[in-house]
Write a protein that binds this ligand. Structure first.
Ligand SMILES: Cc1ncc(COP(=O)(O)O)c(C=O)c1O
Length: 391
C-alpha cells in the first residue's frame, strides 16, 4: 500500500470534497445553473484577492494569466521592468519579448530578493517603463518578495505593478486593494487546493484603462473580452465546468477557515520546516527572505536532491521538489501550503531526515522533527489562549 503525499510547491494535495465535486454530473455552461456557480465563485474570489475589482477566471495553467497580464499592460514597443531571481521571474521577460515588449530585466541570485533599492535603480535605468512585474513568492527559490514596499515605490513613480501570486496567494498576505496592486494573478493547483487547469486574474481600474489603450496580441485569453463576458457572468468559450465546481467547494473551505488563518497556518508550518533544517545543521537557499510557500534546503555535497526526491517518492509516495537549473541537485523544496495540516508537515520532515540518513548525510534522526513539534505545539497553545481570552 502506498499513498501520495504531495509536499511539492504545486500541484498540492486535493481535499476529498474538492475531488468529489469534480465527479459531479456535467452541467451545461450556458445555463442558470452554471451562472449561479459563476456568480458565487466571483464573489468569493474577491474575498480571496482582497479586492472590489472583478477576478477573471481563465482556463489554463497559471502561465496563461501571466501572458494575459503582459498583453493587457504593456503595448508592443513599450518598456517593462521585470525582477528575475528565479525561473518564474525569468518567465516575465520571456513572455514580454514574445509579445514585442522591451524588457528591462533586473537579474540577481536565487538567494536574493526583489527590493526597493533594486527597483529605484531600475527606474533610473529605465525611466519610461510602464510597469513593474514581480513574484509574491519565487517558487524556484522559495524567496518571498516585499510586494507592499515595491508597490509604494511604483505608486510614487506612477508605474503599474503586476504581481504573480501563482504560488504566493493564499499562503502569504497580498491584499490587492489595500496595497494598491494593479494586477494580481494566481493558479488553481497550489494554495487553492485544486487540480491544475484554472488561472485567476484581477485588474485595478488603472490597469483596465491601460489595457483599453492598445489592441490584444493574444486571442484566447484576451482580458478585454473576458472582462466584458464577466459582466454577463459567462465566458466566451466553454467554461471549465468541473474545475469550476471544484473551485466553488475549495473556496467554501478556504473562506470557512479564513484567509488570515490559512496564511498563519502556512507561516507556522514554514517556521517548523525552516527550524527543522537548521536543527539538522543545514542551510536554506531562501534564508534572506523566506516566503511561507516552501522552504528550499541546501543539500550537503554528498547528497543529490533529485535522487533524494526520487527515493522519497518511490518508497513512501512522498513528493518533494528538487531544484531547477543550476540548483537542480543542490536544493530540496518542501512545500507548506494548500491542503496540508501540521502532522503532514511533521511527516515531511521525518521522511526528509530518513532519506538524508539513507544517502549518508550526517544527521541525527528526530532532531528536526523535535524542533518542529515544539513550534507547532507552541502555536497550538497560543491559539488556545487566544480562543480562551476571546471567550
Ligand atoms: C510563482 C510561479 N509563477 C508561475 C508559475 C507557472 O505556473 P503554471 O505552471 O501553472 O503555468 C509557477 C508554477 O510553479 C509559479 O510557482
Amino acid at each position: 500500500m502506498q499513498k501520495s503525499h504531495l509536499f511539492t510547491p504545486g500541484p498540492t494535495m486535493v481535499p476529498g470534497d474538492v475531488a468529489l465535486a469534480g465527479a459531479k454530473d456535467m452541467i451545461h455552461h450556458r445555463t442558470d445553473q452554471f451562472k449561479a456557480i459563476y456568480e458565487k465563485v466571483a464573489k468569493q474570489l474577491k474575498v480571496l484577492f482582497e479586492t472590489k475589482q472583478p477576478v477573471l477566471v481563465l482556463l489554463g495553467s497559471g502561465t496563461s494569466a501571466m501572458e494575459a497580464a503582459v498583453d493587457a499592460i504593456v503595448a508592443p514597443g513599450e518598456k517593462m521592468i521585470t525582477f528575475n531571481g528565479g525561473k518564474f521571474g525569468e518567465r516575465w521577460g520571456k513572455i514580454g519579448k514574445t509579445l514585442g515588449c522591451v524588457v528591462h530585466e533586473v537579474q540577481y541570485g536565487w538567494d536574493d530578493c526583489a527590493d526597493t533599492a533594486k527597483l529605484e535603480q531600475a527606474l533610473k535605468d529605465c525611466p519610461d517603463a510602464v510597469a513593474v512585474f514581480c513574484q509574491l513568492n519565487e517558487t524556484a527559490s522559495g524567496i518571498g518578495n516585499p510586494v507592499k514596499e515595491l508597490a509604494e515605490v511604483c505608486h510614487k513613480a506612477d508605474k503599474l505593478i503586476v504581481v504573480d501570486g501563482i504560488s504566493g496567494l493564499s499562503a502569504m498576505k497580498c491584499p490587492m486593494d489595500e496595497w494598491g496592486l494593479d494586477v494580481v494573478l494566481t493558479g488553481s493547483q497550489k494554495g487553492l487546493m485544486l487540480p491544475p487547469g484554472l488561472a485567476m486574474i484581477a485588474l485595478s481600474e488603472k490597469a483596465i484603462a491601460k489595457m483599453g489603450g492598445h489592441p490584444a496580441r493574444i486571442w484566447y485569453n484576451d482580458l478585454r473580452a473576458a472582462l466584458k463576458n464577466d459582466e454577463k457572468s459567462t465566458h466566451a468559450w466553454t467554461s471549465g465546468v468541473s474545475l469550476y465546481q471544484q473551485l466553488s467547494v475549495a473556496l467554501d473551505m478556504m473562506l470557512a477557515e479564513g484567509i488570515d488563518n490559512i496564511i498563519h497556518r502556512c507561516h507556522v508550518q514554514g517556521d517548523a520546516v525552516r527550524a527543522a533544517a537548521k536543527a539538522l545543521g543545514l542551510e536554506l537557499l531562501n534564508a534572506k527572505s523566506p516566503g511561507d510557500v516552501l522552504t528550499s534546503i541546501l543539500m550537503p555535497d554528498n547528497v543529490k536532491a533529485s535522487e533524494l526526491a526520487k527515493y522519497c517518492r518511490g518508497h513512501w509516495g512522498i513528493y518533494f521538489a528538487a531544484g531547477q537549473d543550476d540548483y537542480k541537485d543542490k536544493i530540496i523544496r518542501i512545500g507548506h501550503l494548500g491542503y496540508q495540516d501540521h502532522f503532514e508537515t511533521i511527516m515531511a520532515i521525518a521522511a526528509f531526515e530518513m532519506a538524508m540518513k539513507h544517502f549518508g548525510a550526517e544527521i541525527e534522526l528526530g532532531k528536526g522533527v523535535k524542533v518542529a513539534q515544539e513550534i507547532l505545539m507552541a502555536d497550538l497553545e497560543e491559539q488556545e489562549k487566544k480562543a480562551a481570552s476571546a471567550g
